[in-house]
Design a protein around this ligand. Structure first.
Ligand SMILES: Nc1nc2c(ncn2[C@@H]2O[C@H](COP(=O)(O)OP(=O)(O)OP(=O)(O)O)[C@@H](O)[C@H]2O)c(=O)[nH]1
Ligand SMILES: [Mg+2]
Length: 466
């Protein structure tokens, strides 16, 4: 990546749309805009209506009629000019709002390449330039990627909080406190006891303990922020033919999976993304668990078990006709995050209220098992509410501005480790060094210090045009 380059990309989704936005950033943005519009750049930050023309080498031969010139217009739209440094990337930026068809966008992109000195942007390159020009700290840049990727309301809210600086503010205030404390300690290296204000050094240690407790509490968030960002994983498990696929179809509200009377219908793991009260949950349907299955089905069962191991929530489905007997292979998989469902309640006892909640005794505990019918939809709303409640318990609103990435967590653990070594009985130089290390680890989260090595990793997950 060369920062001297001028880059461009489609900022909107590819495909057919009313409008497509192309964004250009870099030293050649002004010439590109002048050449394509065959005129001066408009007033900064004001939209102007312009025709867009191909660059000279693509344009009709010199001396062509003005009419022919007009015919050579490749599109007609709005253009904007954001001179650096007051732009998203901090560089000169131009935006072209053209018609959102594939051919229009391609023609404009071709014209941009023909200008010379422009190339298509790599994924995340605009945001990376914004970071490198001090427009965004790393947590805000990451929040932008999360905002674009947010599929549910809770994800959007978390990303927006982070974009507004909730994490950056916290980490920067901790970092500043650490820098202050290490300054106090270093004063002890340079000055004698008599020259130092009373209690300066002894006051440092309780403040470090308090800071450590805050970091500890922040780390101790049960990974809620990361889970919300990534989405919860739920998996439907049960014996063959109990109606797992039928239930998934009901949850999805459409016929995603094949349902059949034959036991052993589902073999592949099939996933559906759900928005459960604003929380993102991916539900996977799996092959029915049984012994003595053959070839492909055995592989299906292996995948089902592998999925179960990585799931945040297990939806264990049982056959109501067999109640109170429960399939032993399925019940074996039960853990603290399992939702028990008794399906086909319509076949059990039509007179019984399907939404009645039965219980399964586990030791001294009684776990509810929700009676439903994927056929009549009886009891489904209650079971869905229970699923939503479980999702809320895992990722619902917890502490404000939680950690959202493993990268942040690793740096915080490093900060804590360095602070833990600090102790009154150690030489002051060692303590000061550990405080500096702790501050540096925090600085890596926002990108204030030596982060060159993490940048590729951070910006790779962005989409092109961001
Ligand atoms: N009466 C009744 N039949 C149901 C209900 N749910 C599913 N079925 C039927 O039970 C059969 C099996 O349903 P599936 O959804 O394919 O079951 P499965 O658990 O996915 O089965 P495998 O993929 O083979 O493990 C089908 O004939 C469904 O129509 C229900 O609530 N009541
Ligand atoms: Mg199935």
């Amino acid at each position: 990546m060369n920062r001297e380059d001028t880059i461009f990309a489609l900022a909107t989704a590819p495909g057919t749309a009313g409008v497509a936005v192309l964004r250009i950033s870099g030293p050649r943005a002004r010439s590109a805009l002048e050449i394509l519009t065959r005129g001066p750049v408009p007033k900064p930050r004001f939209a102007a209506h312009r025709k867009l023309f191909a660059a000279p080498e693509d344009a009709p031969p010199v001396g062509a009629e003005r009419l022919a010139d007009d015919n050579a217009a490749i599109d007609d739209g709005l253009v904007l000019w954001f001179p650096g440094p007051a732009s998203f990337t901090g560089e000169d930026v131009a935006e072209l709002h053209v018609h959102g068809g594939r051919a229009c966008v391609e023609a404009v992109a071709r014209a941009l390449v023909a200008v010379g000195g422009l190339r298509p942007a790599e994924a995340g390159e605009f945001s990376r330039r914004a970071f490198e020009n001090g427009k965004l700290d790393l947590t805000r840049a990451e929040a932008l990627a999360d905002l674009v990727a947010a599929e549910t309301e809770a994800q959007r809210r978390q990303a927006m909080d982070q974009f507004l600086g909730a994490l950056a503010g916290r980490y920067e205030s901790w970092r500043n406190a650490l820098i202050g404390l290490s300054g106090d300690l270093e004063a002890a290296i340079d000055f004698s006891d008599e020259e130092l204000p009373e209690g300066l050094i002894s006051g440092v240690f309780p403040r470090i303990s308090a800071l450590m407790a805050e970091i500890e509490a922040h780390l101790n968030d049960d990974r809620r922020g990361e889970r919300l960002r990534e989405g919860l994983r739920a998996v439907i498990l049960g014996a063959p033919n109990v109606g797992k696929s039928s239930l998934l179809n009901k949850l999805a509200g459409r016929e995603v999976v094949i349902v059949a009377e034959t036991a052993g219908t589902t073999r592949d793991v099939i996933e559906v993304h759900l928005d459960l009260g604003g929380l993102p949950v991916t539900v996977a349907d799996t092959a029915g668990l049984r012994q003595g299955a053959e070839d492909v089905e055995v592989e299906g069962i292996r995948r089902a078990r592998a999925h179960a191991a990585g799931a945040d929530i297990k939806i264990l489905v049982f056959d109501a006709e067999a109640w109170p007997e429960l399939d032993p292979e399925t019940i074996d998989l039960m853990d603290g995050a399992s939702l028990l469902i008794l399906n086909k309640v319509d076949l059990r006892d039509p007179r019984k209220d399907a939404s009645e909640i039965l219980y399964v005794g586990v030791g001294s505990e009684k776990i509810p098992i929700y009676s439903v019918s994927a056929r009549t939809e009886a009891g489904l709303a209650e079971a869905l509410a229970a699923l939503e409640e479980m999702a809320q318990a895992r990722i619902g609103p917890g502490a404000s501005a939680p950690i959202t990435r493993a990268r942040h967590r690793a740096a915080l653990v490093e900060t804590k480790g360095a602070l833990r070594r600090v102790a009154p009985e150690r030489p002051v130089e060692l303590n000061a060094e550990d405080l500096r290390l702790a501050a540096r680890a925090l600085g890596r989260i926002t990108g204030r210090v030596d982060v060159e090595d993490v940048l590729d990793h951070v910006f790779r997950e962005f989409c092109i045009g961001k």
